[in-house]
Ligand binder design. Sequence first.
Ligand code: AP5
Ligand code: MG
Length: 214
Amino acid sequence: MKIIFLGPPGSGKGTQAKLIEQKFNIRFVSVGDIIRNEIKNSTLLGLKIKDIQNNGYLISDDIIIDMVKNIIIDEKNLILDGFPRTLNQAKFLLAMKINIDIIININVEDEIIIKRLKYRLINKKSHKSYNLIYNKPKIKNKDDITGGFLTLRADDKYLTILKRLKIYKNTIDNIIFLLKEVGKIKQININGTNNIIDIFNEIEKILYEKNIRI
Ligand code: AP5
Ligand code: MG
């Protein structure tokens, strides 16, 4: 079973994918998290792409495809968060004949996204994301999973958020069009402004209804 999570920055892709991963023990691959790991570990690649990610731009397709191709090809069950993000990445998926069962597309308006990202905290090890208003950790400033400290994301600055939203809007329609027309992949739209648990229940129900075995 392979699922693609799509949605603008801050729509809750990572939050929902993490809940599905925890409940169903299915591997969740967030390209953004893989990049943040490279940056955190100051690898050669991390140093090369640090400024690009922190400033809200997309990393080049060759780097991204190289980063994820083995995982995508080898894993039978997978949630993809943050891939594909360009037409070339979508073409790669189709060319590799990766069987995607469903696209879960989470929609949230810009004003809500800006509010959410302003108050987002993450843990760099577990990659779990929290919110000072909507989704607080059990212990203040500590990750529920690792107990480690929570920090802000470098690309969650106001102007960088606007840039990320613009890039998303400029690219996403063509990507979805291609995946649906050529790949015949079904799309489910989710209202991402509902509360986290309601959205999770909705996604779970959809997966059962569509007979997608987890
Ligand atoms: P990535 O890490 O994928 O970031 P993004 O797409 O901008 O999305 P976010 O992670 O910001 O949001 P999310 O939807 O996961 O929301 P979350 O669950 O955290 O990518 C970052 C960068 O990496 C890119 O800009 C690019 O540089 C690079 N990159 C990544 N993939 C790439 C690719 N394929 N090609 C090229 N470059 C790539 O939730 C957000 C906040 O809202 C949290 O505080 C959360 O607690 C809260 N929240 C979540 N759900 C709810 C809810 N229902 N109600 C209230 N609050 C909620
Ligand atoms: Mg995310």
